[in-house]
Design a protein around this ligand. Structure first.
Ligand code: BG6
Length: 476
């Protein structure tokens, strides 16, 4: 178990708390990782008492944790650690009471699961009312700003009350098991790293495809679009882990220094290397414009782009990113496509493709390495490709119990380990790279191209690779 803690969840009655944070804590409790004497304190404006909030937490667990884990007794034991306090983030009510609740010698963590405009006021009040001590941690959700300027301002406000080592900026993609595995595969094996460069890697594809639309979150999403919602954070983090140099150890700053260098080495993106799309509706699903409730919206729900990294390792190896809503399937994967062998001693081999290492994030987390072998049988030396497939669920004893990203990240907060959290300068560098892209669209008033719901995105995004003699892996 981790050390005894008090975790205050601001926005304790919100959607993220209900879906992810509270169920995640319960699963860690079942795993025996939460210490005796810990407290989880929900804080929001709603007028709950402890009993009311406990029943809210009970319902959240029943809804979002697998029924096989619904042991009434265990849930009851868990919710005994739960408390509630009505606190007004923008006002003064509740803060003195919160200060009085704090215990000396216990780790204090404050989770900001609230609208971004409240991040600053919360940090200030925690400081002002002396609720946070020098070892306290704050956990800040995305979006972290909407451009470089706002991200800098937010970093500035947080820095007035907290040191960088106390600030845990969440990007939940970093908590995904396979994403961490990416580092294990790269730096725990001798096989891949010597080939991990532009001499051997033809290109890299990063796909985060979702089948859901933006219905229900339309008003937030319409101001963000895929670039702010996904690319600036999640895809950028995946790119960093794929492309970074080996850090000298697994210490937070060693890893984050290397990630930062990748972002800083990214080339500015040419507008001709970007495709933006917006989904149409059909008989079953609403269009983006309907979901966003904005018939004139020019926000993209899909983006594909080609990137270059100007450093010794990657110069000349393009990285193709794509992400979008209402696509054919929910598939997230990174594919490292290797170059062909320099010479084929077996003569021309129709349709043969090279080695590909696929790291699947979801669903069916796992890895798959495509290798070439001889087609079995007497038909001569014909080559075929077969996958060396590894599904984590099958490989692990209790495979269907791969922890959710939030579980891992919350435990890391308690352990005081920032490796899987973004440092302030990383976030700023990512915005510094994204801002000019968005500014160029705004200046040219470009519009996204429509694509069918349930498709692989606009045809133009296929062209992005076709014109380079490559093709996307299928979304399935
Ligand atoms: C969130 C985005 O950060 O990540 C959502 O705001 C997106 O738009 C989600 O759907 C995807 O997360 P996951 O873990 O389901 O891939």
């Amino acid at each position: 178990p981790v050390e005894v803690f008090d975790l205050v969840i601001f926005g304790g009655t919100g959607d993220l708390a209900r879906r992810k944070i509270l169920p995640g804590l319960y699963r860690r409790f079942l795993a025996g990782q939460l210490p005796e004497g810990m407290r989880i304190i929900g804080a929001a404006r709603t007028d709950f008492d402890d009993a009311g909030y406990r029943s809210f937490v009970n319902d959240a667990i029943c809804e979002f944790v697998k029924p096989s884990k619904h042991d009434k007794e265990r849930i009851k034991e868990f919710v005994e650690n739960i408390h509630y306090l009505a606190v007004d983030a923008m006002g003064e009510s509740g803060w003195t009471e919160l200060a009085a609740l704090m215990r000396p010698g216990v780790i204090r963590a404050f989770y900001f699961s609230v609208a971004p405009r409240l991040f600053g006021p919360l940090a200030e009040r925690l400081h002002e009312y002396e609720i946070a001590d020098a070892d306290s941690r704050i956990v800040v959700e995305k979006p972290f700003g909407r451009d470089l300027e706002t991200a800098k301002a937010l970093n500035g406000v947080l820095a007035e009350s907290f040191d960088e080592h106390q600030i845990y900026r969440i990007d939940h993609y970093l908590g995904k098991e396979t994403v961490q595995n990416l580092m294990a595969v790269r730096f725990g094996n001798v096989l891949f790293e010597p080939l991990w460069n532009s001499q051997y890697v033809d290109h890299i594809q990063i796909t985060v495809a979702e089948s859901v639309g933006v219905g229900g979150r339309g008003s937030y999403y319409d101001k963000s679009g895929a670039i702010r919602d996904m690319v600036q954070n999640h895809l950028m983090q995946l790119l960093c882990l794929i492309a970074m140099e080996p850090p000298s150890d697994f210490e937070p700053d060693a890893v984050r220094d290397e990630k930062l260098k990748v972002i800083r080495a990214l080339d500015p993106v040419d507008q001709a290397d970007i495709v933006r799309g917006q989904y149409r509706g059909d008989d079953d699903v609403a269009s983006y414009l309907e979901d966003a409730e904005n018939e004139d919206s020019t926000t993209e729900s899909f983006i594909a782009m080609k990137l270059g990294i100007s450093n010794w390792r990657w110069k000349g190896t393009p990285i193709y990113l794509r992400t979008g809503k209402r696509l054919r399937d929910r598939t997230s994967e990174i594919a490292v496509v290797f170059k062909d062998p320099p010479h084929s001693i077996f003569g021309p081999q129709e349709g043969r493709r090279g080695n590909v290492l696929v790291i699947r994030l979801q669903p069916n987390e796992g890895m798959n390495l495509r290798v070439t072998i001889k087609e079995p049988g007497p038909g001569g030396m014909r080559l075929i490709e077969v996958p060396l497939d590894m599904s984590f669920a099958e490989a692990l004893a209790d495979g269907d119990d791969i922890p959710d990203a939030y579980e891992r990240l919350i435990m890391d907060v308690m352990r005081g380990n920032q490796t899987l959290f973004m440092r302030g300068d990383e976030v700023e560098a990512a915005w510094a790279w994204t801002d000019p892209i968005i500014e160029a669209w705004e200046k040219a008033r470009t519009k996204p191209v429509p694509y069918d719901a349930g498709s692989s995105g606009p045809d133009d995004s296929l062209m992005l690779l076709h014109r380079d003699g490559r093709r996307w892996r299928e979304i399935k």
